[in-house]
Design a protein around this ligand. Structure first.
Ligand SMILES: [Mg+2]
Length: 348
């Protein structure tokens, strides 16, 4: 099988009038870049990359894919997907195989695996070797722009929609404000559901330790991205000092970054992002490496690719997703997202 054509489509999204916000950024929406591959057997595959902000980024990524990756991809054999992944990393090394370059590599990697699954008529988890047919799922729904009444409402919606847990953003100017939000969310979801807190890198080490102790006392399930994503020493200190599990990883690039954090005991729960890690090829490596270190895997973001990966991981802990929208193809049963059975990354 050979890839005969790569096309890129940019789907811009109008800026939201009421954007969601965390402690680091305001996410007005920017759009999606879709890569579509055609092969000489007639099988096609697609890979989509979403941008929560930076309206110029989708067009910039599309140009990068066309100018730097397309020459490597057209003519390649999808059955050698790991070879193509290495070639894309090597090709972009001159300016850094990170940032937008890695978003492009991830888009292609998703599309190639999608081709392979479809060529074999099976979901990708069957190509990799499956282990589970469902994954615990939580709703990331408590954004910082929500006032107390809205926060209460979205948490109640998560309960009604059958989630096993809820995550809320913290990192307000004061600890007291954060504690108040945690208490509102807990009251709305009851005692049985998990409640996670995420500061999106906003705090100093000292403040992260102080607030981590408070969240620990409040029974929160994990303490996510409290300090700068690259502060490996800081995360190691927090993980040693706190009983609440320290979660991070959505802003790490490549399995090598995760290896450094795991080796330093700087992370209790790994949270790879499909785009920044470098596509499903990299997610599988990171997941199994974390398993070897005895650390659970909780996805950053949801969707069928993460679900296919987690279907194969013995250490899959939690799928992250937003509140369910009308017509969402993901099925939830008793706090678990069902692993899709469509070919490639299809929902089925
Ligand atoms: Mg996060």
């Amino acid at each position: 099988m050979r890839i005969t054509n790569l096309s890129v489509e940019v789907r811009p999204r109008q800026p939201s009038a009421n954007p969601i916000r965390d402690a680091l950024q305001t996410l007005g929406g920017a759009g999606t870049v879709d890569v579509k591959l055609e092969t000489d057997t007639g099988v096609t595959g697609t890979g989509g990359i979403y941008f929560g902000r930076l309206p110029g980024a989708p067009d910039t990524l599309a140009a990068l894919i066309r100018n730097e990756l397309e020459p490597l991809v057209v003519g390649a054999d999808p059955e050698r997907v790991r070879l193509l992944h290495q070639e894309m990393l090597r090709e972009t090394e001159y300016h850094g195989s990170f940032g937008l370059a890695m978003f492009g590599i991830a888009a292609v990697d998703i599309a190639v695996w999608d081709c392979l699954g479809k060529a074999h008529g099976v979901p990708c988890w069957k190509l990799w070797g499956g282990l589970r047919d469902r994954v615990p799922v939580y709703a990331m729904c408590g954004w910082l722009n929500h006032d107390e009444s809205r926060l209460r409402d979205v948490c109640r919606q998560a309960v009604e929609q059958g989630f096993k847990g809820v995550k809320i953003k913290v990192g307000c100017p004061t600890l007291a404000e954060d504690v108040q939000r945690v208490k509102i969310a807990r009251e709305a979801i009851g005692d049985e559901m998990d409640l996670m807190v995420d500061a999106n890198q906003a705090l100093s080490r000292a403040e992260a330790l102080r607030r981590g102790r408070a969240f620990e006392a409040l029974g929160c399930t994990w303490w996510e991205e409290s300090i700068r994503a690259d502060d490996i020493d800081g995360y190691a200190e927090l993980a040693a000092a706190l009983a609440i599990p320290v979660a991070t990883g959505e802003n790490l690039y490549t399995p090598a970054d995760f290896a450094r954090f795991l080796k330093r005991d700087a992370v209790d729960i790994v949270q790879p992002d499909l785009r920044r890690a470098g596509g499903p090829t990299a997610l599988l490596s990171i997941g199994l490496m974390a398993h070897a270190f005895g650390r659970p895997y909780a996805s950053h973001g949801g969707g069928p690719v993460q679900l296919n990966v987690m279907a194969c991981l013995p250490n899959a802990l939690y799928l992250e997703t937003g509140l369910r929208k009308e017509g969402s193809p993901m099925k939830i049963e008793a706090g678990h997202a069902l692993v899709p059975n469509g070919p490639g990354f299809g929902w089925g």
